[in-house]
Ligand binder design. Structure first.
Ligand code: ADP
Length: 731
């Protein structure tokens, strides 16, 4: 037998083996295309093997047809395979090439298969023995020329796609690309050789394709290219720290990864019905997650759809959320601890400041007696010092109380209508004396065209402005302190009250500005060590403004001065403009002078109720000037007993008392016939200075409220206000 025939016989066997080898590889796109390639190459080689041995033209024709099935389709498979490795797989021109060759090769194949009926492919066909080989001698038809041209271009294109791919991945280590590229050059190389006529009538194409395919299969196995994608997917699913369960359209289990086994260790995974029953039911009844063996799991399900968008099953994913769960639990516990600690701190501060206020009340009250009764100057001076130190202590306590209220969200914003003019006058009264003492020029510059009546929390706004002004006075040695006030952004009935306090004081260093609003932080201590302060004023001011919907800003030049300004929304009441606010002062002074006229009330019956004896003494001392009929009780019960016996015009009733507190005492009193027959005015007297306290007392039935330490002028004014006119004698 001729050597070439034997070679093609062996080639056919190799082709068959390649086919089986690729068929058994893991399914992937590459595997499918390569499998098609090996099938067609096998047909090609086998066809030629038959052709070489054919003894009749009929058999030769059959063999040629078989060869052409292999060649046309094999080349298509090879083109598709190389396209997979092109970076331009989805480019238009790649698609165009593919479509062209699909049409071209199938049409050529068709024409070859029906070659018995036409002469377009082979004009003539004959059969002869040449060099011991049985070969088909033919005269090519027009289509044969077309086929030769297109197949040559196809070989070049395949090689070009691979070369381009190698070049674009030049920097990366991709030896498989280079080898596939080399394989793609084999057929075109041998084809060119054949054109030169070195092979004579021998068709080198089938063996060259076999060579290429073998090369490709080798590369695919050598570099495990068949496995990578699929095994990557398998690995991800199998090793992921997430339980994966897949059920089919009928709801029974098709797949579960190993992690699911660790979540549900007691399930018999082989018994699929049991799994459905136990696992899915369990999950569906634990929508928010479940705990198994101290681990906390959450789950999620997604429907799976087939190509036609029909529901094909459900994918369940089970997440181990234990770490998250514990972390969140820990965070919640920490938050609760912090909140509890903060609450404890706030209530401690509130209680402590209350406790401190009571003795200061006594100190200031007794000191007031000394001031009134002191006969020598140096005693009066000592008492004056005690008075100012006591007042300072009191303002610190008030600040701490405010801060603790703000922090525990117990601070309330109480809105009422107020007169901007009066507000400015009050502020002027509070600040001008201090400014004058330091020789500072204190100016108030309101816009006369701003509204006169506004609605908002006057008390808090006043507190904010005075905090800023007292700071400016404190931190300015010479020059001026200016308060400007205006309303901006007038929209309907809401305006933004704009307030600016500027001074020519020591200023604040730029890099310290960010610390300004932190509680208990005082800046520039070297310069400020002799200035009294707690570092609370600005942080309270800022937070109060924020609670009212405003905000505080600061501009400062170190050594030159500072400007603090804020805007806060307020409602406008009426249409009256502010004008000259000092006029209000004149008007109110007239009214005040009548009110402030000194008086005595020798027939007025006044009862003071307090469990602390010294407080009674203070009240008694403060009322001495009014010459009233004074009586006292040391407990709620004693108060009730006294009210039974006698009518009092005014009762000053302390709140915090052991056994029966002030509120209970009042309530009990309201049940008494004696009290109801001839009602007394009951005024709450308390160290409880928290915000909203007054409203609380009024709600409980008190006529008014006086906070300790008692301001003697305030006490006298209240007595004058609530005593019937006939009991008052002006002097
Ligand atoms: P305090 O005045 O009681 O220390 P504040 O909270 O009111 O507390 O102010 C915090 C710090 O900001 C002050 O200690 C001071 O250093 C600085 N500061 C506040 N106002 C001014 C100002 N007008 N000029 C310069 N420094 C100021």
């Amino acid at each position: 037998m001729n050597a070439i025939v034997i070679l093609h016989g062996i080639g056919s066997i190799i082709g068959f083996m390649l086919m089986v080898l690729v068929f058994k590889a893991k399914p992937s796109e590459q595997q499918k295309i390569l499998f098609a390639g090996t099938v067609f190459t096998f047909m090609d080689v086998l066809g030629y093997f038959f052709e070489l041995q054919s003894r009749s033209l009929e058999v030769t024709r059959l063999a040629v047809k078989m060869e052409y099935i292999g060649t046309t389709m094999g080349l298509l498979a090879f083109l598709f395979f190389t396209c997979l490795y092109s970076n331009h797989l989805h480019d238009k021109w790649i698609k165009l090439i593919k479509y062209f060759y699909i049409v071209n090769n199938t049409s050529i194949l068709f024409m070859v298969l029906i070659m018995d009926y036409h002469t377009y492919f082979y004009k003539t066909m004959d059969f002869s023995i040449k060099d011991g080989l049985y070969l088909m001698i033919y005269e090519p038809g027009i289509l044969h020329y077309w086929w030769t041209i297109t197949i040559t271009i196809m070989g070049i294109l395949i090689a070009a796609i691979m070369i381009q791919s190698v070049l674009e991945h030049k920097g990366e280590k991709r030896p498989e690309l280079i080898l596939i590229c080399a394989a793609s050059l084999v057929p075109i190389g041998i084809w060119i050789l054949r054109m030169t006529g070195v092979f004579g009538d021998y068709d080198s194409y089938p063996l060259s394709m076999l060579l290429t395919e073998s090369f490709l299969v080798l590369v695919m196995y050598r570099y495990r290219l068949f496995d990578t994608v699929k095994s990557a997917k398998d690995r991800v699913i199998d090793e992921i720290k997430e339980g994966i369960l897949v059920v089919n359209g009928r709801g029974s289990l098709v797949y579960s990864n190993p992690e699911v086994g660790t979540v549900f260790p007691d399930i018999e995974w082989d018994n699929k019905d049991m799994v459905d029953e136990q696992v899915f039911r369990f999950m569906e009844t634990h929508i928010d997650g479940f705990i198994i063996k101290d681990r906390f799991y959450k789950w999620q399900s997604n429907d799976i759809f087939d190509d036609q968008q029909r529901k094909a099953g459900v994918l369940y994913r089970i997440f181990d959320m234990t770490d998250n769960y514990l972390y969140t639990k820990q965070l919640i516990e920490l938050k609760e601890d912090a909140e509890r600690a903060n609450e404890a701190k706030s209530s401690f501060l509130a209680r402590m400041s209350h406790e401190i206020r009571t003795p200061i009340n006594a100190v200031l009250g007794m000191n007031e007696m000394i001031l009134r009764e002191a006969e020598t100057d140096n005693i009066r001076e000592y008492a004056t010092n005690i008075h100012s130190a006591g007042k300072l202590l009191l303002s610190i306590i008030n600040d701490i109380l405010d801060l603790s209220k703000i922090e525990s969200s117990k601070m309330e914003i109480v809105e009422n209508d107020y007169n901007v003019g009066t507000l400015l006058l009050d502020i002027e009264n509070m600040v001008s004396l201090r400014a004058e003492e330091k020789g500072l020029n204190f100016k108030i510059e309101p816009d006369v065209n701003m509204p006169k009546m506004l609605r908002g929390d006057e008390k808090r706004i006043k507190q904010c402005i005075t905090n800023l002004l007292t700071n400016s006075v404190k931190y300015t040695q010479e020059g001026s302190v200016t308060l400007q006030i205006d309303c901006v952004d007038n929209k309907d009935s809401t305006v933004y009250l704009w307030v600016s306090v500027s001074d020519t004081g020591i200023g604040i260093k730029e890099d310290e500005l960010y610390l300004l609003f932190d509680p208990f932080i005082r800046l520039d201590m070297r310069k400020n060590k002799n200035i009294e302060g707690t570092g609370l004023g600005l942080s309270i001011t800022k937070r109060l403004l924020e609670m009212m919907g405003g905000n505080l800003t600061v501009e400062s030049i170190y050594g030159k001065g500072s400007t603090f300004s804020f805007v806060v929304p307020q409602k406008v009441i009426g249409t009256e403009l502010l004008g000259d606010y000092k006029k209000i002062a004149d008007e109110s002074e007239v009214a005040d002078s009548a009110a402030r006229k000194a008086f005595v009330a020798p027939n007025a019956q006044i009862l003071a109720v307090d469990d602390t004896r010294v407080n009674i003494t203070v009240v008694k001392g403060l009322l001495k000037r009014l010459k009233v009929q004074f009586d006292s009780a040391l407990s709620g019960q004693e108060c009730l007993n006294k009210v039974k016996e006698k009518h009092y015009d005014i009762i000053l009733l302390d709140h915090m008392m052991p056994e029966m507190d002030g509120i209970e005492t009042l309530h009990n009193m309201q049940q008494m016939d004696e009290y109801n027959r001839d009602k007394s005015v009951v005024i709450a007297l308390t160290a409880n200075a928290i915000v909203g306290a007054k409203e609380e007392y009024l709600k409980e039935g008190f006529a008014d409220y006086l906070s300790k330490p008692i301001d003697s002028a305030q006490l006298e004014e209240m007595i004058r206000q609530y005593l019937p006119d006939e009991l008052i004698e002006y002097i």
